[in-house]
Structure formats: C-alpha cells, structure tokens
Design a protein around this ligand. Structure first.
Ligand SMILES: Nc1ncnc2c1ncn2[C@@H]1O[C@H](COP(=O)(O)OP(=O)(O)OP(=O)(O)O)[C@@H](O)[C@H]1O
Ligand SMILES: [Mg+2]
Length: 389
C-alpha cells in the first residue's frame, strides 16, 4: 500500500471499508442505486472505483464519467455519455443509431458554445429529442453499473447556464430519474457528490427528482482500523510505527478518514526523513500543527463561498464561533452568534435551521444531544488558524 495523498486509490492502495463495500455491493446486486454524498476527501471516488472493479470482474458493463472534468454543459455531458457507450458489450447493437446521434450532437455543439441566439434556439428545439435518443441507446436488459462523479457540479453549471436554468436542471434530473425507473432494468446507478446534492435539491425545491436514490455516507475509521492502516502504511513505506505512536496519531485526529491518516503519515515521514526529527510521540503534534497550516482544507472554505449564496457570511459566522469551542455549542448560542453577524431578529431562527441542516449535510459539523461541534478536530483547528487566530 502506497502513501497516496491526492488521487483516488485503487487496487492494493485501497485499504479497509470491507463491511461498507460488501453492504453496498449487495444492495446494488439487489436492485438499488446509491448516492455517496460525503464531503471532499472522504474517499468516495475510490470507493466507487472499487465497486466498478467488482462489477467488471462479475461481467457487468461499467460506465464512469467525472462530470467535474468532462462536462461544462448539457451537450458535453450527452456527448461524453454516448461516447462511453462505445466501450460496452451492446454497442454493436446500437452502433448505427449511436454514431449518427454523436454526429448530430457534434453539429449542435459549436453553435451551443458560441451561443448565438439562433444557434441556442436550435439546441432548444432539439434538446428533448436528443435526450430521448440518448435514453433510447441504453440496454436495460444488460447488467450495467453507471457511475457519475461530482453530479452536483454539472447541476450547478446547468442551473447557472441561463435564466431558465432551474427548469433545465429540473428536467435533467427528471430525465435521469426516468432512466432509473424503467421496469426490470438491470442498470444500476451510483452518484458521488462532494458538493451536497441534498442541499442543492432542497434549496431549489426539487428533492423529489432524486428521492428514489438512497444516500450512503462513508464513515471514518474506528481506532482499531486506523491503527491497522497506519501499521500497514508504515510497513509498506519503510517507516514502521510503534503501537503507541499509532495510538497517539488516532487520538490526535479523533475523526479518522483514510485521507487524514495518509496526510499525517506523510507529514511524519517528512519530519523524520527531511528534518531529522526523532520518531517519538512528540512528532505527532508537530505533524498535526504542520497540517493545519497547509492547503488541505481550502476546498472547505471555497465550498461555503460557492454554494451558500447569500447565507455564506452567516455560515462563516457560525463556524468561526464553533471553531473556538472544542466542546461545541447549543443552538441558542449559535443563534446569538449569527444575530451578532447581522441577521435580522425575525429571521434568525429560520436561517440557523437552514445553516445547521446544510453544514451537517456537508460534513462540517455534527450534532450530539443538542450540542453542535466541528466533525473533525483537524478541520476545526485549521478553521481557527485561518479565520480566528
Ligand atoms: N480506502 C482508502 N484507502 C486508503 N486511502 C484512501 C482510501 N480512500 C481514500 N483514501 C485517501 O483519500 C484521498 C482521496 O480519496 P478520493 O479521491 O477517493 O476521495 P473523494 O471523496 O472522492 O475526494 P473528492 O471529494 O475530493 O473527490 C486519496 O488520495 C487517499 O489519500
Ligand atoms: Mg472524488
């Protein structure tokens, strides 16, 4: 197992999640689709890749599209989607239809992107027919696992594409839903979304378009599992860690995502090998302090800026307060914090409810017995460092 701190991990680099994997795979085999709505870096894409590998090894067709990379608009998406069908076992049967549709889409594309009024009209005229022709290409009697990564990124782009964005995104989600509703279909769908899909659909009143796809939240690792992972990382990367050091790392992180274990391991290795620090318990604190100064959590700041619209300043206010309280705060205290940030008194209740809901969905905070606090101490200390200190 290599010490990988960025791209999705596959094969021998993937550690753990055995129970979650068996559970989700058997749900898929039994006819369910899933969305993995966890925040950035929880390990969604790696987990989805593992499901795709399993599906392949069982003779399924698989489709894998990263919507963040390959789709800036609907036409891009439709084209990318049809192109992935070319690799599948049933392409021969649909080749003629598929190729002519690809041709047609590529003729629409330049006009769509240049965006002249006439050209846009043409796409608008053809839109429904293109969507239904793409739907027609799918063979529902062949076992197929389709994975769309970062679905909400495409939804946001469609939403913002023009004044009619909301209608378009609603139609898009309903189109996807209709593909999932085909009777006796052997196609299964998995979606990942680090930008909260639930927040997105809820905010725009379109939760019903995805309510047939259950969530599956990937968990952090238990203390035992985390120590096992550290032991394996140490063994395979020439930096064996004693049990007390493994234990100190886990106690420090508290909330152990495999990503956090990978980055702290990397930091310890750096301190030992480049800065000649002795491999003692003290090195854990040093590594942790190093991490909260770095860029690992920038996306968490950016997400508030991009997704929380006019409530972002209040979301910042809540988190600013929470990052100073290790033990957490009650709702009443949070209300006081956002009142101080300028929310009009008659609105505080409504805004706090929405923000706590969104921040929980997005993985920033958790709630236990009416107390809200940061889910990860590492993220909390990063936040403190960046926004308070
Ligand atoms: N099962 C695993 N075993 C080992 N490391 C893992 C595992 N899952 C995730 N990681 C670590 O987390 C990092 C991110 O994984 P991945 O890209 O799958 O997460 P993600 O949730 O899709 O992230 P993003 O939301 O940014 O796309 C990997 O580079 C690796 O360091
Ligand atoms: Mg990912």
């Amino acid at each position: 197992m290599r010490n990988i701190t960025g791209p999705p991990v596959v094969g021998d680099d993937f550690f753990g999640r055995e129970e979650e994997f068996n559970y989700v795979w058997s749900r898929i085999v039994n006819g369910n689709n899933h969305v993995f709505p966890s925040p950035r870096r929880v390990g969604k894409t790696s987990f989805a890749f593992k499901l795709l590998d399993k599906a392949k090894s069982e003779g399924w067709n698989t489709i894998d599209i990263n919507l963040e990379k390959s789709a800036t608009n609907e036409i891009d998406f439709l084209e990318a989607f049809v192109k992935t069908l070319q690799e599948l076992s049933f392409w021969e049967k649909i080749k003629a239809k598929g190729n002519s549709l690809l041709n047609f889409i590529s003729q629409l594309r330049p006009s769509f992107t240049i965006g002249g009024a006439e050209a846009k009209l043409e796409w608008e005229r053809e839109r429904e027919s293109v969507y239904s022709q793409v739907a027609d290409l799918l063979h529902h009697d062949e076992k197929t696992l389709i994975f769309f990564d970062e679905l909400t990124v495409l939804l946001t782009k469609i939403l913002k594409s023009d004044a009619d964005g909301k209608k378009k995104v609603t139609n898009f989600l309903h189109w996807l839903r209709s593909l999932r509703q085909v009777k006796d279909s052997k196609i299964r769908w998995i979606f990942c979304s680090s930008v909260g899909i639930e927040n997105f659909t809820h905010q725009h009143g379109i939760s019903d378009a995805i309510n047939d796809v259950p969530d599956f939240f990937l968990k952090s690792y238990s203390k035992g599992k985390s120590m096992e992972m550290l032991a394996k990382l140490g063994h395979d990367n020439n930096l064996p860690l004693e049990k007390d050091l493994q234990s100190a790392v886990v106690d420090k992180l508290e909330y152990c995502l495999p990503y956090f274990l990978q980055i702290i391991f990397e930091k310890i290795k750096y301190l030992k090998e480049i800065e000649n620090q002795p491999l003692e318990i003290k090195i854990v604190d040093k590594a942790y302090k190093g991490l909260i100064e770095e860029k690992h959590f920038n996306t968490w700041v950016e997400r508030l800026e991009e997704q929380y619209n006019h409530n972002k300043q209040f979301a910042f206010a809540v988190l600013k307060q929470l990052c100073q309280e290790k033990k957490g705060l009650k709702r009443k205290q949070i209300i006081n914090a956002i009142a101080a940030a300028g929310v009009p008194p008659e609105k505080t209740d409504e805004i706090v409810s929405l923000l706590l809901y969104m921040l929980k969905n997005d993985g920033y905070i958790m709630e236990e017995d009416g107390i809200y606090r940061f889910r990860s101490p590492l993220l909390r200390d990063f936040w403190f460092n960046r926004h308070v200190k």
